[in-house]
Design a protein around this ligand. Structure first.
Ligand code: 6PG
Length: 250
């Protein structure tokens, strides 16, 4: 039986990022002790940027960079030089500042013209790295996720096809409101992780956070609700602004 989700409310965004950095340092140490390496999936958008900066500075000496392997839970269908690229953000905020080998960084080949081909290629990268065959799912040590004001996570948006995916690891998911495809991990991958940590900051996220943590609406409407690790820990790190509508008084 999985422990219930842990919800931690931090007073400020800075405290949120410091708490998240502690989670990364702790889970990295545990993973390297237990199985010699730490596999982490990075989230995109704007929220994790401050965390990445912290990991590359204050936490720099506390991390086993040579044993760390970086992946992305989703990517925009843009070249890695594009301002919208999640890889570019993580590279500028962290990867370019730390002693990590290029061979330890597995970015989504989002520059490929065909988003489905990029998703299929990234799925093969995961299958090869984790040495898994069809029907098996990779078990990340830590998956970092964000949540949008609409309750989406990774690029699993409300009412989109990717929410139904049961066997593939990575798919190209058409997002009508952006008129583009996003390349995203599927729910089975997110729910196979040892630890999933959501980072949620800001009042604009408060209604969705309440709906996800306390509401009865279906997961189809708030995909972050569908993230429930089958044999892993679920952690919500939220700041006071994002938690402002929670009745649990967190
Ligand atoms: C992306 C993300 C996405 C993000 C949320 C929150 O590529 O955009 O992976 O799921 O985490 O949209 O984004 P913000 O942190 O910018 O609010």
């Amino acid at each position: 039986m999985n422990p219930p989700a842990e919800i931690r409310t931090l007073s400020t965004p800075q405290e949120l990022f410091e708490a998240a950095a502690e989670v990364v340092v702790r889970t990295a140490a545990e993973a390297v002790t237990q199985h010699g390496r730490f596999t982490i999936s990075l989230s995109g958008g704007s929220t994790p940027k401050s965390l990445f900066n912290l990991l590359a500075t204050n936490a720099r000496t506390s991390l086993p960079w040579d044993r760390m392997f970086f992946f992305w839970g989703d990517e925009r269908h843009v070249p890695l030089t594009d301002p919208d690229s999640n890889y570019r953000m993580a590279n500028e905020a962290m990867l370019s500042k730390i002693p990590v080998a290029a061979a330890n960084v597995f970015r989504v080949p989002a520059e490929m013209a065909d988003a489905s081909a990029a998703a299929a290629a990234y799925e093969q990268t995961l299958r090869k790295f984790f040495a898994i065959s069809s029907g098996q799912f990779p078990r990340f040590d830590l998956i970092l996720l964000g949540m949008g004001p609409d309750g989406h996570t990774a690029s699993l948006f409300p009412g989109t096809a990717a929410l139904q995916e049961k066997s593939r690891l990575v798919v190209a998911n058409w997002v009508e409101k952006f008129k583009t495809s996003r390349i995203t991990f599927t729910l089975p991958v997110l729910n196979a992780a040892r630890c999933v940590a959501f980072l949620v900051s800001g009042t604009d996220k408060a209604p969705a956070l309440k709906a996800v943590l306390e509401g009865n609406a279906p997961g189809e409407q708030y995909p972050s609700k569908l993230v429930e690790p089958t044999d892993g820990k679920l952690l919500w790190l939220v700041d006071r602004a994002a938690a402002s509508e929670l009745s649990s008084g967190n």
